[in-house]
Design a protein around this ligand. Structure first.
Ligand SMILES: *Cc1c(COP(=O)(O)O)cnc(C)c1O
Length: 354
């Protein structure tokens, strides 16, 4: 039959990645470490007692309480998502809609545009400066001109790794006439958060995830901190039981044991510095300063380099043809061994000009 789909879907570019069994997988900003052994043991043990026949706790009270307590907030200020992606989508459904716009940066996380469009909102992309710093005035102007109902910021920004000062976030939040969502998916690799501003501004929303620093990408759990009114309204767009019991239990244990992740986190940050320094010493490569668990580089031979790395079975994210990211490649910081493998291949390629 001639399927008559909802208008606008033709304009949405679905998320796609190259799925391959890479020898060195540095394409998805995942943690190179599986769960710490102690955490893993507790999780497996809990699965033994799980009531698989029962629906999950619909209020997800346990994990929300744990998160709220760690921020000195109330459970009414916390909501979970099936990955922070789901919660970002839910926020677009909550504030967007026909005739209403959602403002977000570009280049940044490609899903902001998809969620804006799939909620029938008008997507308004604000182009970052040449060095990927955030033009704060341009965000406010774009929001005002387009009748924005939500502004999204990403700090540190994916895929550039660059950050915006908290002062600039406050500048936007304090002047915006709509909520401002700060996506802090990579916060743990940076250490600075806008969460402290929430006391002062009730239009500030913060999103975090367990997928990156906590290496829980498989379980799909993220959360959002917001004014109690926003969290309450989110209940109208969230599916019941959107987080399964296995993921909930895993995230609960993980959050209680989050100190166990510190050594792994410190290693990634140290490796990021080492990788960046090594790459900077290679002529023909520009390295963007990163506060995340990945590094963006720019080189004239990016397409050839991406092909070479693929041939060496090293998975990276090739942005060389993406708007605002011409000649750029992003790779995740892996284990020291993986990073050595990546570096060796890049050095060989740049020297021999293959
Ligand atoms: C990875 C990522 C997310 C979310 O990941 P989830 O696995 O859905 O929690 C959100 N924002 C940005 C910028 C990301 O890079």
């Amino acid at each position: 039959m001639n399927f008559d789909y909802r208008p606008g879907l033709d304009k949405i570019k679905p998320y796609s990645i190259e799925e391959k069994e890479w020898d060195i997988k540095l394409d998805a900003n995942e943690s190179p470490h599986n769960l710490p052994p102690l955490v893993r043991e507790r999780v497996m043990n809990q699965f033994e007692y799980m009531a698989f026949n029962r629906y999950p706790d619909i209020g997800t009270r346990e994990l929300r309480t744990l998160i709220a307590e760690s921020f000195n907030m109330n459970i009414q200020n916390v909501q979970l998502g099936n990955g922070s992606s789901e919660i970002i989508m839910n926020l677009c459904q909550l504030f967007g809609g026909p005739g209403r716009s959602i403002v977000f940066p570009t280049p940044s996380f490609s899903m902001y545009s998809v969620y804006a469009q799939s909620s029938d909102s008008e997507p308004v992309a604000v182009t970052l400066n040449e060095d990927y710093s955030v033009p704060r005035e341009k965000f406010l102007e774009a929001a005002e001109k387009s009748n924005a109902k939500l502004i999204i910021l990403c700090n540190p920004n994916n895929p550039t790794g660059t950050v915006m000062p908290t002062e600039d976030i406050e500048y936007i939040v304090s002047r915006a006439t709509c909520p401002v969502l700060v996506d802090e998916a990579y916060f743990e690799f940076y250490g600075e958060s806008a969460v402290g501003l929430m006391e002062k501004y009730d239009n500030l929303i913060i999103a975090r995830t367990f997928s990156k620093a906590y290496g829980l990408a498989a379980a799909r759990v993220g959360y959002v901190l917001a004014h109690a009114d926003v969290i309450s309204m989110l209940g109208r767009v969230i599916k019941p039981y959107h987080i399964n019991s296995l993921s909930l239990v895993t995230a609960e244990i993980l959050y209680q044991m989050r100190d166990e992740f510190m050594p792994g986190l410190e290693q990634i940050i140290a490796e990021r510095k080492r990788l960046a320094m090594a790459l900077e010493s290679i002529s023909g490569i520009k390295v963007y300063p990163s506060e995340a668990n990945f590094i963006l580089i720019k080189t004239a031979k990016s397409k050839e380099l991406a092909a070479y790395l693929s041939e060496k079975n090293i998975g990276i994210r090739d942005f060389s043809a993406a708007p605002g990211l011409i000649n750029c490649i992003r790779f995740t910081v892996g284990t020291p061994l993986e990073n050595d493998g990546l570096l060796k291949s890049i050095v060989t390629f740049m020297k021999e000009g293959i």
